[in-house]
Design a protein around this ligand. Structure first.
Ligand SMILES: [Zn+2]
Length: 1059
């Protein structure tokens, strides 16, 4: 870590004196103003470079930005076009980021929140009346323009997007580089390309130095240390006209494919065998000459309507008559109605999904459907197979910066047409060679054109500084409360177990901070015989003593780190300090991490009480069940501001909250949300009293510590011209108009975006969406993960409905409802959810159905829509009438925003299985295991019986309810008990018995657990168990005191629809 010359903190003698605690490691206390330690100089951490006192941080930011701008990015980098809407981009002069997040937790851009519709019935906000709801709730004359969520908002300027993703440890296929550079067999390490310094450009190095400048946390001002927007490339702003106006730009981006590289000068022209016959230049024939030809071609006719739809999909369902619509196997996403040649290349729906798999060709048509248009992404998901391309040239559209993908068209061998902006681009010479087949002259068979999901090794143009090392800082609450929970034992042990598995390389750095009313640092300098503790008691003006010894190289200081982890849990066992200075501790952590970036993992067990960021209890238990006046918004902007500072320095903060008391997660969670971190919550964690939580923490830490991680990432999503992306959901910061800043990215995070149709798509039959995630892997490689999704455009309302993806729609609505809860109110959000169903089904009834039949007629695609929305209303985030703790509700909302769709749906609508009669029929065979696949049951007590045992999979929790008259066979062969009465009151594990029944049950449960990155705990419930209420609460279809049954809900919907 660079230390400024003369930085007094580099002088440990001046900053410490002997402390009082005798425990190991040595404890030293840093006093407020020791003699000879000039306060004015010591209280402020000095950046390594620049930042004079006179200029202040803003000036530094300007300098930094100017360095970026002037150092030749405009003339060297792809995508160095001026921003489309300057007002929304980083303004170097102000030193502030444009903060989309300031408008609310959804980080909504451009679009003001939709006004609440006062006429909307408040169906579920309070004690629920008998159905049907009073007619007066919604005047019949009032159109429902909103559905609460879906305004006919005016289209937005076109925006393009890119993301980058961190790399993964899974198996990858490495394609050798094109022969324009010497092939390095099996090598993926482009270290030379990644050494920015080796570019020999001093300005670049200078830029890196400047990036170490810290910003002023207290003021919340942010600085531009880098401009990833320029690296990643802008959007449609880079039109051909613009490029023409600024020839220097277009010439310099490196995508102009100028002259042949020397090795190619003498390559003979492609033979006619692989080449394109001249007659096909106009591209009418396609497949024979270019197998990919049908893909990007807009000549694909719309005559394929219904091609990939199962006849069942065309059915109209009367939900009041057909009440069992839930499939007995997991619901599959709809398959877009595309030619099979295209669909077979399309992006996996687990990674990239659209709410409407048939895109309405105009906003007017979309408005008519009253369904939300948006994307759900799981961009950094662990993949079994990921093609990785190492090539000197990453081929992108010169206009919009789209990465070449399976859905572009090749006009001939030398030209390809962008599927997002339709610009015709040259095929660079290197791209003519296919490294897979080792054949020249078939660019359309390159892996980039054959894979909708692909990863590129990024050359140095994609770096603003040398790739950062992996840096991990752990911040532990060690107050009396924390010690009482006993969590430190678990966490330190887990760290010891996984220390060698932390993703990284020889550059990995690690550090530890603990805090109660004071802040404790640990010097782990190589050569010390034991760690040294340094105590900072001035929490009002935190500084970092000897920073170079606090974050240390893990390899070099491993023994010290292990020693610290072994002693840490015992060091504070006698502490009586009850105060918690979380805010100052986070400030200290930020200062420590700012020069490099990295990941902060903070463990907190109570409401912070001291220093900046101190919070007051504000939960009123008697209001828990009300939908009004509950505190869903942060009580301070401290955590958000600090998170934005972290984001600016490539630092993400993950929060582990282990608390039985109210801890104001609404405020604390901001530290993770805006820094692209994650929130973990273990209510009532206790090492003895709550063994299930202990197990859960251990399992999840194992995953957390060892999963892949990407650093200093940005993500952008681009879409075909005419579509526009306007609102983002997830944990990140919107750095400029459309660029998501992700200081860390992990494989378990999901994102969602909303879109509108801005220009008519009548001239096109296909549209595409592309996400690009640019990140630094834990091995120090700069990589770009690209996903491209292609969908058909349709012109009729019926087709829009036929292609609706009900899970994606429900997931997007849930995200929107969280925003609405925060910006308006919970009851408003609930109304909007209900109206989303009513409005879309009304539209279907009035505009698609020709004859007005009685009943509640829905398209087959939306047959589960009312059920899923009802499930959302009963989900922890949005439920009313229960005694849900505020922090638990907030956590559920965090999960909605941050979880990939598949887990969100499981949490919302759990899967119920009967497991006392598992058989091998239809079982999966995985390795040498046989995993039974019992049918999924509807969530109603009707499906339970006392002579059975039922497993409910609610995502993060598994509940096995055992009926009173459950067969003796199951009790003895699976539970290992003599009879029903001997089932222990608290049972959280199944014994491993040597019976086929036991093997089947255990195989099924562990298979369920393996499906997800978090660890669902298991509870075995007897009929009289207090947790049975929890089990029944998930019975979404049943009526409760405060919520409608599914049938009642359908009646209500029908009444509203038929108005
Ligand atoms: Zn383009």
């Amino acid at each position: 870590m660079p230390v400024a010359p003369g930085n007094p903190h580099g002088n440990p003698e001046a900053a410490q004196r002997q402390g009082a605690l005798p425990s190991t490691p040595l404890r030293r206390e840093v006093t407020l103003a020791p003699a000879g330690f000039p306060r004015g100089d010591t209280r402020h951490f000095r950046p390594a470079v620049g930042a004079s006192d006179v200029a202040g941080p803003v000036h530094s930011a300007m300098m930094s930005s100017q360095v970026v701008v002037n150092q030749g990015y405009n003339s060297q980098l792809p995508g160095s076009y001026p921003p489309l809407t300057p007002a929304k981009t980083l303004n170097p002069g102000s030193g502030h980021y444009y903060s989309g997040g300031s408008q609310g937790p959804g980080q909504t851009l451009h679009r003001p929140p939709v006004a609440a519709n006062p006429a909307v019935p408040s169906l579920h906000s309070g004690p629920v009346p008998r159905m049907p709801a009073p007619a007066s709730q919604s005047p019949a004359a009032t159109p429902r323009p909103s559905g609460g969520f879906l305004p006919g908002a005016s289209p937005l300027p076109p925006v393009t997007w890119q993301h980058s993703y961190p790399s993964m440890g899974s198996q990858v296929n490495h394609y050798p580089p094109a022969p324009s550079q010497p092939p390095v067999p099996g090598s993926t390490n482009l270290s030379t390309n990644h050494q920015y310094v080796s570019s020999g450009d001093p300005l670049l190095q200078n830029s890196y130095g400047k990036s170490g400048i810290t910003s002023n946390t207290n003021s919340g001002s942010l600085m531009a240390h880098s401009n990833y927007d320029e690296i990643e490339g802008g959007g449609f702003l880079a039109t051909p006209q613009l490029a023409t106006k600024n020839p220097q730009i277009s010439r310099s981006v490196g995508y102009t494919y100028p002259s042949l590289p020397p090795g190619y000068q003498n390559v003979p022209p492609p033979s006619s065998a692989t080449g394109m016959p001249p007659s096909s230049l106009n591209y009418p024939s396609g497949p024979q000459a270019f197998p990919q030809a049908p893909l990007g071609a807009n000549h694909l006719t719309a005559s394929m309507g219904g091609l990939s739809l199962h006849p069942e999909g065309l059915r109209v369902v009367n939900l009041l008559q057909e009440r069992k619509m839930l499939p007995s196997t997991p619901l599959q996403p709809p398959v877009p109605n595309l030619h099979e040649d295209i669909q077979k290349l399309n992006c996996n729906p687990e990674l990239f999904r659209c709410t409407l798999t048939s895109i309405p060709q105009t906003q007017a048509l979309l408005n008519k459907a009253k369904l939300p248009l948006g994307l759900l992404l799981h961009p950094f998901k662990d993949l079994v197979q990921l093609p990785v391309v190492t090539s000197s040239t990453i081929v992108r559209c010169r206009s919009c910066r789209t990465y070449i993908n399976p859905f572009v068209s090749f006009l001939d061998q030398r030209r390809w047409k962008c599927n997002l902006c339709y610009r015709v681009n040259d095929v660079p010479e290197e791209f003519m060679y296919n490294p897979l087949t080792r054949v020249y002259g078939e660019p359309h068979r390159r892996p980039e054109v054959q894979n909708a999901t692909i990863e590129f090794m990024a050359p140095s143009e994609y770096m603003l500084r040398p790739p950062q090392p992996p840096v991990y800082l752990f911040v532990f609450d060690v107050s009396h409360n924390a010690v009482e929970t006993g969590y430190l034992n678990s966490v330190c042990q887990s760290l010891l177990d996984n220390l060698d598995l932390l993703p990284g390389n020889t550059r990995t750095k690690i550090g530890f901070v603990t805090f109660d009313s004071t802040i404790h640092f640990y010097s782990l300098q190589e050569g010390l015989s034991q760690p040294q503790m340094l105590v900072i008691s001035d929490i009002d003006d935190v500084f970092i003593p000897m920073p170079e010894n606090l974050l240390v190289n893990l390899n070099e200081s491993k023994e010290l780190v292990q020693g610290l982890l072994k002693t840490l849990p015992q060091m504070f066992t006698k502490s009586l300090e009850t105060q918690s200075a979380l805010g100052p501790a986070l400030q200290a952590a930020f200062k420590l991490m700012a020069p490099t970036g990295g990941r902060i993992s903070v463990f907190q067990t109570q409401l912070p009480t001291l220093g900046v960021g101190a919070l007051k209890p504000r939960e009123e238990p008697n209001q828990r069940s009300s939908a009004k006046e509950i505190h869903l918004t942060p009580s301070t902007d401290f955590y958000k501001k600090l998170a934005l500072d972290c984001s600016g320095q490539q630092v993400a903060v993950d929060l582990f909250l282990l608390s039985g008391q109210y801890s104001d997660l609404a405020s604390l969670g901001c530290i993770s949300r805006y820094s692209a971190g994650s929130v973990y919550y273990y209510p009532s964690y206790h090492h003895q009293q709550n063994p299930v939580q202990v197990q859960k923490l251990q399992k999840e830490l194992q995953r957390y510590l060892t999963r892949k991680i990407g650093f200093e990432a940005v993500m952008r999503i681009r879409c075909t011209k005419g579509l526009s992306i306007h609102t983002f959901h997830g944990n990140f910061f919107v750095r400029s108009t459309d660029l998501l800043s992700l200081p860390n990215v992990n494989p378990d995070a999901g994102y969602a975006v909303q879109m509108s149709v801005e220009e008519s798509l009548t001239d096109t039959q296909l549209v595409s969406f592309q996400s690009a995630l640019l990140y630094t892997s834990s091995k120090g490689e700069r990589r770009i993960r690209v996903h491209t999704l292609c969908l058909p455009v349709v012109s009729t309302l019926n087709e829009v409905f036929l292609g609706a993806d009900v899970q994606a729609i429900s997931g997007l609505l849930a995200n929107m409802a969280v925003d609405r809860s925060v910006t308006a109110s919970l009851s408003d959000a609930r109304d909007a959810l209900v109206n989303a169903v009513i409005d879309s089904l009304s539209a279907y009834r009035s505009s698609v159905l020709s004859n007005q039949q009685p009943g509640l007629m829905v398209p087959f695609s939306l047959r589960l829509f009312p059920l899923f929305v009802l499930a959302l209303l009963k989900q922890k985030s949005f439920q009313t009438g229960t005694n849900a703790r505020l922090d638990e509700r907030i956590f559920a909302m965090c999960q909605v925003k941050n979880q990939p769709l598949v887990y969100l749906m499981l949490t919302t609508h759990p899967s119920l299985y009967r497991v006392d009669n598992l058989s091998d029929e239809g079982a999966l065979s995985i390795s040498d295991r046989t995993v039974p696949q019992p049918p999924i049951l509807q969530l109603s007590v009707e499906n339970l019986s006392r002579d059975g045992a039922f497993l409910m999979d609610a995502g993060s929790i598994l509940m096995l309810w055992v009926g009173k008259n459950c067969a003796q066979n199951f009790l003895s062969q699976v539970l290992g008990v003599q009879n029903y009465a001997s089932i222990p009151p608290i049972m959280t594990d199944l014994p491993e018995l040597d019976t086929p029944e036991s093997a089947r049950t255990l195989a099924f449960i562990s298979w369920l657990r393996e499906q997800r990155p978090f660890f669902p705990v298991l509870y075995i419930l007897r009929d009289e168990s207090p947790m049975k209420a929890n089990f029944l609460q998930h019975m979404v279809e049943d009526r409760t005191e405060s919520a409608l049954s599914y049938y009642e809900f359908l009646l209500h919907i029908q009444q509203q629809v038929n108005k």
